[in-house]
Each structure stands twice: as C-alpha cells, then as structure tokens.
Design a protein around this ligand. Structure first.
Ligand code: NDP
Length: 294
C-alpha cells in the first residue's frame, strides 16, 4: 500500500516517520526543505506537488487548519488532480467539522472515501506511536483507516460520521485550555500564599482537582523551567474557536469556553506566532509577579 503524507510539522513528522518504517511513503511539505530533511532521515520519497503526493492508495494530511487542507485540493498541482478513485483520504489535522464535511463531499464526487482523523497525545505520543485517533466517517471507511492509523495510533476510535472526530478533538482541547488557564492562576496564587508549587501539585494530584495539566504538563515543563515548544498556542486557539462555534451551532450556552477563547486570543496577541500552548501560564506569572518553579 502506497501512502502519501502531506504536512511535516511538529506532529506530522513523527507520524510520517512511523509510516516510513512500514512501507512505501511519499511526503510533501509546503516548505520543501522539510520534506528533503525528512527523506534524508527517515526514507521515502519527496513529491514535488500535492498532486504527486496524492497518487497512491492512501493520502494523509496533517496541516494547521481545515482551510489549509481545502487550499491544497484544487489547481493543476492540487490533490484532486492526482488522487484516484477508490483511494482513501485521512485528514489528521485538528479540523473544523463543517469544513471536513465539505471536503468529504468533494472527494465523494471522485469516488474517494474520507475520514477526519485528528490525533491527541502530543509530539511525545507521536514519537512513541501511542496517539489517540478520533475518526469521523462511515464504518466502512473506518475499517479501511484503522490499520493505516495503527502505525502511529494506539487508541483508534470510530466516534461518528464525518466531522465527529474534529468536534471531539476541539472539545478535548477546549477542556485542556481551560485547565491550563486555571492551573496557572491557581498555582500562581498558591506560590504567593507561601505554598511550594511541588507541594501544591502533590496534593492537587492526590485530590479532585487533578488533570493532565497538573499531573504531567506543569511538573515536566513549568516547574522545571524547560518550556519546550511542542504545540503552538495559535493551534490551541484555533481548536477552542472550533469548540465554541460547535456550542453556538448546537445551541448550548458556553460562557466558560467563550472566556477561554477570549483569554487565549488575548494571550496570542501578546506573544509571537511560535508561542507554545503553555505560554499563557508565563503571562499569568508575569502579571502576578511570581514564578511557578521548584
Ligand atoms: P506545525 O505548525 O508544526 O506544522 C503545520 C504544518 O502544516 C507544516 O507542515 C506547514 O507547512 C503546514 N501548513 C500550514 N499551512 C499550510 C498551507 N496553507 N498549505 C500547505 N501547508 C501548510 O503544526 P503541528 O504539526 O503541531 O500541527 C498539525 C495539526 O495537528 C494541527 O491541526 C494541530 O492542531 C494538530 N495537533 C498538534 C499537536 C502537537 O502537539 N503539535 C497535537 C495534536 C494535534 P510549513 O512547514 O511549510 O510551514
């Protein structure tokens, strides 16, 4: 089975590396140097265009947004010019459900099956091949997608029709965002109140306030002062916007997620485009005049 992978970003690269170890792979990236670097390191072939990358049995995209995916479909060098009927298109972008449905309809006209298949587990999970993949599509498409996704996914769930994977991923990340903002505020206050951050987290993590943020992210990245850049704040901001749009569309009042959306938006305006998703905690630290370390 020949796979084409488009989008060698922070998470796309380790996902594609697993596929390169399994079988024939062609990669394409907007910045061509990244594709050349990938081939030198992991093997496979670099395509000169999305059209060329899309000529195999399976096409996988992992771009920033659904709009970026839609932007690669058309034109003489676009995906639609290269993809063949009967192929399978898996979009691992954390996308927008409505946009995925539109992309699926365009592919359906060409006899191509589509599933949105966003992932969770971060760049570490991608490297380890332990991502969670939430798949939106028909049962038949899911059955075809699962063995492909198992190259980098450990938990691969069929969560509903096209768009359902995107919706679930957006809500998951909205919950993550709320946790990041709240844990940063709470810990800053506790440090100022004289509680050592490690002590505070030890107790929270043995109690009902614990979360992935308090158990893993803050101890590994904030307390240590490491602040690695693995997931851009701009992308989390995009995810929360998709979640709040979902709430609006479904008629669910969402003041908490709306607040998270505007706080992330404000943080993004104060930081650069490469800022990491945990950087809002740094802004809280600065505003509070305190550092959460230990
Ligand atoms: P990056 O910003 O590291 O990479 C984005 C990728 O998309 C690059 O390959 C970039 O190409 C490409 N791209 C962006 N815009 C366009 C465009 N208009 N046309 C063609 N290519 C484009 O993002 P990540 O790899 O971190 O994220 C990719 C997706 O995965 C996002 O939807 C993100 O939300 C999701 N995700 C990320 C996680 C993470 O931990 N990083 C975790 C889970 C999901 P170029 O190299 O030329 O810029």
């Amino acid at each position: 089975m020949h796979i084409g992978f488009l989008g060698l970003g922070a998470i796309g690269t380790p996902m594609a590396a697993h596929l390169a170890r399994r079988g024939p792979l062609t990669v394409w990236n907007r910045t061509a140097a990244r594709a050349a670097e990938f081939v030198a390191r992991h093997g496979g072939a670099a395509a000169a265009s999305p059209r060329e990358a899309a000529a195999g049995d399976v096409v996988i995209t992992c771009l920033s947004t659904s709009a970026d995916v839609a932007g690669l479909l058309d034109g003489p060098d676009g995906i639609l010019a290269g993809i063949r009927p009967g192929a399978l298109f898996l979009d691992c972008t954390s996308g927008d459900p409505a946009a995925s449905r539109r992309i699926a309809a365009r592919l359906d006209e060409r006899g191509v099956a589509f599933a949105d298949a966003p992932v969770s587990g971060g760049t570490n999970g991608a490297e380890a091949g332990t991502l969670t993949v939430m798949v939106g599509g028909s049962a038949e498409t899911f059955a075809r997608a699962r063995p492909v996704l198992s190259a980098f996914g450990e938990r691969i769930e069929h969560v509903g029709p096209v768009g359902a994977g995107d919706a679930l991923k957006a809500v998951n990340n909205a919950l993550l965002a709320v946790n990041i903002l709240a844990v940063g505020e709470g810990l800053a206050a506790l440090v100022k109140a004289g509680v050592a951050p490690r002590t505070a987290l030890g107790v929270v993590n043995a109690s009902s306030g614990r979360s992935f943020v308090s158990e893993v992210l803050v101890p590994e990245r904030v307390l240590t002062g490491a602040w690695p850049r693995t997931f851009r704040l701009a992308l989390l901001d995009k995810d929360v916007a998709i979640a709040t749009d979902l709430l609006t569309e479904t008629g669910v009042p969402g003041p908490v997620l709306e607040l998270a959306r505007s706080l992330l938006h404000a943080a993004r305006a104060r930081l650069d485009e490469a800022a990491d998703y945990l950087d809002p905690i740094r802004l809280t630290e600065r505003q509070a005049g305190v550092e959460i370390r230990g």
